[in-house]
Structures are given as structure tokens and as C-alpha cells.
Design a protein around this ligand. Structure first.
Ligand code: HEC
Ligand code: HEC
Length: 331
């Protein structure tokens, strides 16, 4: 079933950054800063965002002309795919769960193992990857250059820069910078609306930042420290260790955002938990695998009401759905 609150409207005007936060943003560490960071050589403009959205939804970016970024990062699925691990080229099962791209604009480091830094750098990865979109990067430049609509759109977005892998990546990144979390009950509560959250959800936030110790890693408005931790899942993926061979990085993965987390089941890099309640049980046990476990993982001894409170709290992090226009692809 699709998340109940998602609406996708066919209208392209709504592509700006959703307004959020107000004066408190930047002061309250639990509210999203209004400004989305962007590199100086790729400041988002309406033309760049629009082009980037087309590319994000265009299956011609894949070798089979069948898979787009949105095949796996589907806005109707919280910008993920609802699968434990997704399917790539030729229906190959991927090794890791598809993370949401919500708020990826704010990540100082990308991927479960941090192997990419910027959105621009990340964007070419899945296109070139054998198991994902299986595209030859020279061929994609030729393919898009043959589409007169794209020639025009690239010229408007990046005058004089042409259609290159760099401008393709920059446009996609510009679109991704508009995929940011909307106003949620939690945000309304932070701004002083005492009725925006139930008593149980408020108790859940107290646990989250207190007894349950979640905010040791899920810290700040995006609920991530952007660090890597082994939380004791039972699989043998080396995680961050493959990039940074330190013992503490074995089985360590990037702390994911919890914004809109109720929309992005199943959970974890291996997609091993189907519900937030199962995730809370995992933490209550203090994890399963003990080797290289983070020192911040301890059995919590939560009561049934406390476990429910944590789930109720996480559900208040679901933002207002944004209106998204599916644009017509150029030919
Ligand atoms: C076949 C499914 C699939 C396709 C197609 C795909 N992705 Fe992904 N994406 C993933 C998976 C799986 C990961 C995590 C992989 C890992 O960390 O090892 C990921 C990671 C990401 C991340 C990092 C998010 C984070 O928080 O670290 C971004 C950004 C992203 N993808 C954007 C894109 C873009 C842009 C495209 C199109 C050019 C794309 N993806 C195509 C499955 C896919
Ligand atoms: C030691 C750091 C740490 C602590 C403490 C911690 N988390 Fe996590 N959390 C992570 C990391 C890292 C992941 C991803 C792990 C993986 O996939 O291997 C994660 C994943 C999750 C996910 C899945 C999100 C997704 O999109 O897949 C949820 C939900 C979650 N944590 C909630 C909590 C709650 C609730 C608590 C407190 C009871 C908590 N976390 C405590 C680091 C932590």
C-alpha cells in the first residue's frame, strides 16, 4: 500500500523549496534550517531544478532505457522503493536497501558506507553501475545530445557548458536539493503548538533524547550525526570498513535521517526490519551481533508503553506531502 498522505499533482510550478521553519530555524537545533546548502558553481535555478527533475524521472538515463532514478527513489514511497533491497539492471537484486533521498542535500557524505561526498559526485554512480542503471557514460551524453528538447534545456540551465556528464550530474543534484522535508507535527510542536503531538509522542521524544539514548547518533533536526556506527545487525556487510579500514568501522553504516521514516519501510542497510516497532525491539535488546558493536548500544529495558511512545514519536516526523509535478520528458 502507498503511504496514505502522498499526493502527486501534475503541475510543474511547485518545484521550489518548500517553505519551512520560520524565524526559529537555525536557532532551534531540531528545526530544519530554511537554507539548503549548494556549491557555488551549481547554485540552483528554476531551469536547473526543472531539467534535473526530468533527468531524475527519465529512464533513458539507463542502459536498458527502462530504469530511472525514480524507479528506486520513488516519491510515492518516501523517495525509496518499499523493498528490503531494490532491483537494478536485468532485475538484479541489489546488496543494500535503497535510502531515501529526502534531505540528502544536507548530507556532508553520501551512501550507507560514505563512499561519495557530494550529490554531484553521487549522481553519476548509479548510472554507470553495472548492477543499477548499467549505462555507458559516454553513450548517455550522445543519447541526450540527440534529443533537441534536452539541447535547449541544458543551454537554458547551463549556458555554454553543453551536455556533459558534469552538467547532467549538476542538474540532477539541483533537483535533489528541492527534495527536503516538509513541516511535520514535530516541527509544529517545536514551534509552540502544544497540541501538535500526543502525550505518548512527547514522552517518546523524551525517551529518544534521554533513557533510550537514540539522539547519541540521531542528533539534530535531520536526526543524524552523519557518522558511521555498528548497531549490531546480523549480516556480514563490511560497511564503512571498506572505505576506512579501522576496526570500529567494521559493520558500521551511516546514521540515516529519521525524517519521514514512517514512509520508508523496510529499514536498515539490509532492509531487515519491516516496521518501526521491530526497530525499537532491536534497540531494546541492545542489538544482536556483538562484534565491533558501538559503545552507545546497550540493552534499554523499555516497557511496552515506552516502546510504543518511541514509535509514536517517530511517526510525528512525517512532513506535509509536497505537491510534485510529473513533467513531460523532452524529445
Ligand atoms: C536500482 C536502484 C537504484 C537506482 C536506479 C538509483 N539508486 Fe540511488 N541508491 C540506491 C541504493 C541501493 C543506494 C545505497 C547504496 C549504498 O549505499 O551502497 C542509493 C543511494 C543513493 C543516494 C545516497 C543517499 C544517502 O543518504 O546516502 C543518493 C543521493 C541517490 N542514491 C541518488 C540517486 C540518483 C540521482 C539516481 C539516478 C541517477 C539513483 N540514485 C538511482 C538505489 C538506486
Ligand atoms: C550508535 C548509534 C545509534 C543509536 C544509539 C541509535 N541509532 Fe538508529 N541507526 C543508527 C545507524 C548507524 C543506523 C543504520 C544501521 C544499518 O543499517 O546498519 C540506524 C537506523 C535506524 C533506523 C532505520 C532507518 C532507516 O531508514 O532504515 C531507525 C528507525 C532508527 N535507527 C531509530 C533509532 C531509535 C528509535 C533509537 C533509540 C532507541 C536509535 N535509532 C538509536 C545509529 C544509531
Amino acid at each position: 500500500v502507498l503511504p496514505r498522505r502522498i499526493r502527486i499533482l501534475m503541475l510543474c510550478a511547485a518545484l521550489g523549496t518548500p517553505a519551512v521553519a520560520g524565524a526559529e530555524a537555525g536557532i532551534d537545533p531540531w528545526l530544519r534550517p530554511a537554507e539548503v546548502p549548494a556549491p557555488v558553481d551549481n547554485v540552483p535555478t528554476a531551469e536547473r531544478v526543472r531539467l534535473g527533475q526530468m533527468l531524475f524521472f527519465d529512464p533513458r538515463l539507463s542502459g536498458s532505457n527502462w530504469i530511472s532514478c525514480a524507479s528506486c527513489h520513488n516519491p510515492a514511497r518516501g523517495w525509496s522503493d518499499g523493498l528490503p533491497t531494490g532491483f537494478g539492471h536485468g532485475m538484479q537484486r541489489l546488496g543494500r536497501n535503497t535510502p531515501t533521498i529526502l534531505n540528502a542535500a544536507y548530507n556532508p557524505i553520501q551512501m550507507w558506507d560514505g563512499r561519495k561526498k557530494t550529490l554531484e559526485e553521487q549522481a553519476l554512480g548509479p548510472m554507470g553501475a553495472e548492477a543499477e542503471m548499467h549505462q555507458n557514460l559516454d553513450a548517455i551524453v550522445d543519447e541526450l545530445s540527440a534529443v533537441s528538447g534536452y539541447r535547449q534545456l541544458f543551454e537554458q540551465a547551463y549556458p555554454g557548458e553543453g551536455i556533459t556528464t558534469a552538467t547532467i550530474a549538476k542538474a540532477i543534484a539541483s533537483f535533489e536539493r528541492t527534495v527536503v522535508s516538509g513541516d511535520s507535527p514535530f516541527d509544529r510542536w517545536r514551534r509552540g503548538d502544544v497540541d501538535a503531538m500526543s502525550a505518548s509522542a512527547k514522552a517518546g521524544f523524551d525517551l529518544f533524547t534521554g533513557k533510550a539514548n537514540c539522539s547519541a547518533c540521531h542528533s539534530g533536526w535531520n536526526f543524524t550525526d552523519n557518522g558511521f556506527h555498528n548497531i549490531g545487525l546480523r549480516d556480514d556487510d563490511p560497511g564503512r570498513y571498506a572505505q576506512l579500514p579501522l576496526p570500529s568501522m567494521r559493520g558500521a553504516f551511516k546514521t540515516p535521517t529519521l525524517r519521514d521514516v514512517a514512509l520508508t519501510a523496510p529499514y536498515m542497510h539490509d532492509g531487515s526490519y519491516a516496521t518501526l516497532a521491530e526497530v525499537v525491539e532491536h534497540y531494546d535488546r541492545g542489538g544482536d551481533a556483538r562484534e565491533h558493536l558501538s559503545p552507545n548500544m546497550k540493552p534499554l529495558q523499555l516497557s511496552a508503553a515506552e516502546k510504543q511512545a518511541l514509535v509514536d514519536f517517530m511517526e510525528t516526523l512525517t512532513g506535509e506531502p509536497r505537491d510534485l509535478t510529473l513533467v513531460q520528458l523532452p524529445h
